[in-house]
Design a protein around this ligand. Structure first.
Ligand SMILES: *Cc1c(COP(=O)(O)O)cnc(C)c1O
Length: 394
């Protein structure tokens, strides 16, 4: 029982740093109290920095999917046409949410493992001039792919089509400056890059998206104009999970402490560590393009059961990693390295993965996979010339 530390390398929930745990343990305060309002307003400024926006970032008491639902219900009315980029499980979720709202969905679909192509977006827009919105993930967590949101946003400029981005596994992990890129709606959740337990979601709208949201009746619970009005007074429309907000304040202090650049650089370096190591093991990353910075998806050798590898990682080494979803069940494992994860956690997970594969009949590749991975990690951290721009589009 005391042999291994439990290490959580899943794409949500993620581990929580001590400073945040201590903040979470504080006494419950009343959400209408002045001290709490002051805390909320302070956190709000930090959230704006995180989102890269001048607009308010509204905390919602829900999982990330709640904010996705709030986005769709607030920005579109039944019958509206939207384009959804689907290249995995979470793209499909946008479709499901949009259909539940009675929207007409045009899917721009890609094989799982691929990223969207901005040229296709342009064509799709031309073919669907009546589209009101385009829904996409920043990071498609089911495959480990980063969609080129910046370039997609550039295609949407001057079209009047609202760009709605699910940044749940991307915000606080890789850059996504909302105002600079021209994103109309950005959402995220608490349990991935933000180093908090599940339970909070965040949503921000652009000025033009707010105009739409003011007209469209969202739901009774997710009433964004009312949330915005409350937040201006340091309040939330309903009872907010006060302890999570206290934890959020500590998490934001940590995230912004050394600047977001430092956070992104670390995330990139961990991605390089993972990627190089699994290649040295003779394995292939499942993402075929634009890999995301918060997780690495690994295609397993045909003969090896993903479920067994995962179970071994947990039972023998204390490392929890994720499997594939839907048709990728058993075929891939996903090693998440987002939030409060460092090189030592990732190294432990890579070792566990390596042993898990060998013990279940797979091959092992090179024995110095950790040294190779760590060499890439150091190079990325030190910021070899030219690394930064490559980061965004690889
Ligand atoms: C985790 C995740 C979600 C779902 O978030 P919940 O908090 O489980 O509702 C949605 N989109 C992406 C990209 C995710 O990674």
């Amino acid at each position: 029982m005391l042999l291994n530390k439990a290490r959580l390398l899943t794409p949500g929930p993620t581990p929580i740093p001590e400073q945040v745990r201590l903040a979470l343990a504080k006494d419950v305060v009343h959400h209408r109290e002045r001290n709490f309002s002051e805390l909320l307003l302070k956190v709000e400024e930090q959230l704006k920095t995180l989102f890269g926006t001048e607009q308010p970032v509204l905390p919602l008491a829900s999982s990330g999917t709640g904010a996705m639902t709030a986005a769709v219900d607030s920005l579109f009315a039944p019958g509206d046409k939207v384009i959804v980029i689907t290249a995995g499980k979470f793209g499909e979720r946008w479709t499901e949410i949009a259909r539940a709202r009675g929207l007409q969905v045009v899917e721009l679909s890609y094989e799982w493992g691929l990223a969207a192509n901005p040229e296709d977006v342009e064509t799709c827009l031309e073919e669907n001039r009546d589209a009101r919105g385009l829904l996409v993930q920043l990071s498609e967590t089911s495959t480990g792919v980063l969609h080129p949101v910046k370039d997609i946003a550039a295609k949407l400029k001057n079209t009047g089509v609202l760009l709605v981005v699910d940044g749940i596994s991307g915000v606080g992990i890789s850059p996504c400056p909302m105002d600079e890129w021209g994103i109309d709606c950005l959402v995220t959740g608490s349990q991935k890059g933000l180093m908090l337990p599940p339970g909070l979601a965040f949503i921000a709208l652009s000025a033009r998206a707010w105009k739409v949201a003011e007209r469209t009746k969202g739901s009774f619970y997710f009433n964004l104009p009312k949330e915005r009005a409350s937040l201006a007074r340091g309040q939330t429309h309903f009872t907010t999970p006060v302890n999570l907000i206290q934890g959020l304040s500590a998490a934001m202090d940590l995230l912004l402490g050394d600047g977001l650049e430092a956070v992104y650089r670390k995330q990139w370096a961990l991605t390089m560590l993972c990627r190089r190591a699994i290649q040295a093991m003779g394995l292939t990353p499942f993402a075929r393009a634009n890999y995301t910075w918060g997780l690495t998806s690994v295609l397993l050798p045909d003969a090896v059961s993903g479920a067994r590898v995962q179970a071994d990682c947990t039972s023998k080494y204390g490392v929890t990693i994720s499997g594939g979803q839907d048709m990728l069940k058993g075929r891939i494992v996903r090693l998440a390295h987002m939030g409060w994860i460092d090189w030592a956690d990732v190294t432990a997970a890579l070792y566990a993965l390596h042993r898990g594969i060998i013990d279940n009949g797979g091959f092992c590749g090179s024995h110095d996979f950790l040294e190779q991975g760590l060499a890439s990690y150091r190079a990325a951290l030190e910021g070899e010339p030219g690394v930064e721009p490559v980061l965004l589009h690889n």
